[in-house]
Design a protein around this ligand. Sequence first.
Ligand code: LIP
Length: 271
Amino acid sequence: MHDDLTAITEFAEETAIQAGELIIQERRQGSMEHSYKDATELVTQADIKADEFIAERIRETFPGHRILSEEAMPDLTQAENLDTPLWIVDPIDGTVNYAYGHAQVAVSIAYAEKGRVRTGVVHCPFQQETFMATHGQGALLNRMPIEVSGATNLRQSLIATGFPYGKDEIPTLIRRLERVLIQCRDIRRIGSAAVDICWVACGRLDGYYESVSPWDFAAARLIALEAGATCGHFSEVPEGYPEDLWGRDIIITSPGIHPALAELLPEPVNG
Ligand code: LIP
């Protein structure tokens, strides 16, 4: 099934902007009611309201499509069903930033057919920036073309990463961070994968690596690809799982520094 991609991108853009207005209002009203998914993962009422708003618009407009979203429908097996179109939604990427009043927050909406992401919109309401891309048609920031930095020297490159809510992998991640920090200009930990990856797409960062959920990165990864980034994984993607939606060990960079960064990320065999 292949609906008009341009119309789908415009729908995703309009929906993300409207969801952005909703979360701005929620924060302005101070209704920062929140709960925890487990011992540490924060979720606010705004996350839930925005997720429901986006899902309702998708159901009304595309009744035959499926939805994979962080709050309402987090069933990751959806990614492996390639029969009908799939929307991948993070209503608030950067939830902790949102709860603390920071600006680096994104509404992320991606659309995929047969496991391939064809439309991506990442809207940053507190920064009034909308990143978007349609497969094969380039990447835009507020409707202006964007492209990666063109960096070729890792030692002069700014690299972003992030850390999971759970702490059991932290020792491995800190060893990885040390290997990278010694070899690059500096590190940024912005708190939203969607923002990290879109900043690679527009040259504010030179590279990014992390393990995250499909809703955190699916839209931004297409935007980065369309802006000229090299996108990959530094470990194996399971056979038959859609690469566009596999979130473990992601690396997204300006092409010139991809090999140099990729070789630092796997844990050395000799420990
Ligand atoms: C966040 C990611 C970020 C990661 C955070 C968190 P959320 O997603 O975008 O890259 O470092 O731990 O997972 O939870 O704000 O949607």
